[in-house]
Design a binder for this molecule. Sequence first.
Ligand SMILES: C[S@@+](CC[C@H](N)C(=O)[O-])C[C@H]1O[C@@H](n2cnc3c(N)ncnc32)[C@H](O)[C@@H]1O
Length: 279
Amino acid sequence: MAKNRLISPFVKWAGGKRQLLDAIVALCPPDMRYHTYVEPFIGGGALFFHLQPDNAIINDLNSELINVYNMVKDNLTELVADLKKHKNESKYFYELRSLDRSADFASMDKVKRASRVLYLNKTCFNGLYRVNNAGEFNSPFGNYQNPNIVNEPVLKAVSLYLNAKNVRILSTDYENILRDLDENAFVYIDPPYHPLSETANFTGYVQGGWSAADQIRLREACDDLTRRNIKFLLSNSASDFIRRQYENYSITTVKANRSVNADGEKRGEVDEVLIRNYE
Ligand SMILES: C[S@@+](CC[C@H](N)C(=O)[O-])C[C@H]1O[C@@H](n2cnc3c(N)ncnc32)[C@H](O)[C@@H]1O
């Protein structure tokens, strides 16, 4: 069936996979239709929305992000109405940004929280969702001319898709997702990348960041998938450390255009790897 091209990422996320889609799709198993598609680090969901699977499990530890997926699915009308109220002004931006510093943030209305994340994502500098060590959103105001705060056609198409298909939306550590899968699953794993250099690392997706120990825990979880006969495809940086971790697997090197400094201002081509446990 022809894919609906409006079904596409509604947030810009660090590490977005749009530019690598062709390379990733070429390496996916040929019989994808028979699998449950599982993406435990969904972020912006570029591959998920591209494939538009009938059966899927999507997950991210970032509960603010997952709340947006849930609100797009369950409360689209209210969400769009709230998005239309936002202003692209510095003072307003910082007021909304500061809400996660207050004690009652967790009890704030879920539609308003989702609307806040979408607004900040469209109006902040570089469109990067970034949190500090306390888990607070800390990207500065972007001062863009006409940010597309209410992308109604895309939000509508995504909402229809999420409601029409069998998509489970979860927010937990990836290990809890992998533990319950059976042989019908195909898992696309796009974790926070291991840094190519000490200064180039972006780890601000969720409180805590990712260390080498986290990468090792993930590789062990991948070994476990292999033992259980479950196919996975994983992306990461082409660092020596990652290549060594996955030396028993099939590794394909691809080129990606990424921001190469901490503020995301400078861009350049970097090698990344696609690793899989099947032919
Ligand atoms: C590289 S991004 C995914 C990019 C995404 N595939 C895209 O195309 O936009 C990694 C994601 O992993 C999430 N994450 C970090 N630690 C996690 C964990 N322990 N379990 C599940 N998700 C986690 C982050 O919140 C982040 O959204």
